[in-house]
Design a protein around this ligand. Sequence first.
Ligand SMILES: Nc1ncnc2c1ncn2[C@@H]1O[C@H](COP(=O)(O)OP(=O)(O)OP(=O)(O)O)[C@@H](O)[C@H]1O
Ligand SMILES: [Mg+2]
Length: 255
Amino acid sequence: MSMNESAVPMDGCMVRIEGLRKSFGDLEVLRDVNLDVAPGEVVTIIGASGSGKSTLLRCINLLETPDAGHVWFEGSDLTADHVDVNGLREDIGMVFQGFNLFNNMDVLDNCTLAPVTLKKMGKAEAEAVALAHLESVGLADFAHAAPATLSGGQKQRVAIARALCMNPKIMLFDEPTSALDPQIVGEVLEVMRGLARDGMTMVVVTHEMEFARTVSDRVVFMDRGVIAEQGEPEQMFTEPAHPRTRAFLARYLRS
Ligand SMILES: Nc1ncnc2c1ncn2[C@@H]1O[C@H](COP(=O)(O)OP(=O)(O)OP(=O)(O)O)[C@@H](O)[C@H]1O
Ligand SMILES: [Mg+2]
């Protein structure tokens, strides 16, 4: 590699995280996290409350600013000074536990807002795109509904459709089903399963172990700010190497 080539070797991955550190005051939340995500890969992140899962996810789209280390996205260093944060967020879809829909506009307008304002897409085209995504999450009939009238599962499916309207290259999910009633969780997981099947690159923080086990290509176990262990789901769930992984999973998999 010549001296003036600044791009990090991505080795074919879409996201490369190196030496990531983040503290809040005296609390070290991320301590040297390293993680690669390949195109089309579904990575789930599991771990106890407070282990740094959300902070890690939020560093990928710069909702948090890392203290040290690098987050590379398709060869660009997101931690560099002059990164175009808005351009970046167009490529990185995010779905939160709490839906974060705009309650003062209907479902369709929620979906067209970002494409129209950020991508300068024409309103008619944005609506056609939005309707197609609403259809794909089973909510075509709810285009003109107010978010407040929807169930939690419907709201979360709108949030997913809204993120897809930006045509993201990767989708980040932070406990997308944790705020939902148990009987509603399945409909959201089903949409996510479909996305994974269609080849979407996804990083999913979740406590849904069945989803982690059956949908993800790789499971990452976070423990007190580091990745203690990662591997293929079958290996992680049947023969975890790290005692902290075993202890964590035992709480979920107790039969
Ligand atoms: N903006 C913030 N200011 C101060 N402390 C924070 C902030 N965000 C997170 N923390 C703290 O950092 C630690 C890790 O938080 P984080 O949200 O990343 O954990 P998590 O693994 O996502 O946990 P959970 O499973 O409860 O969502 C926690 O102790 C949390 O209180
Ligand atoms: Mg969290």
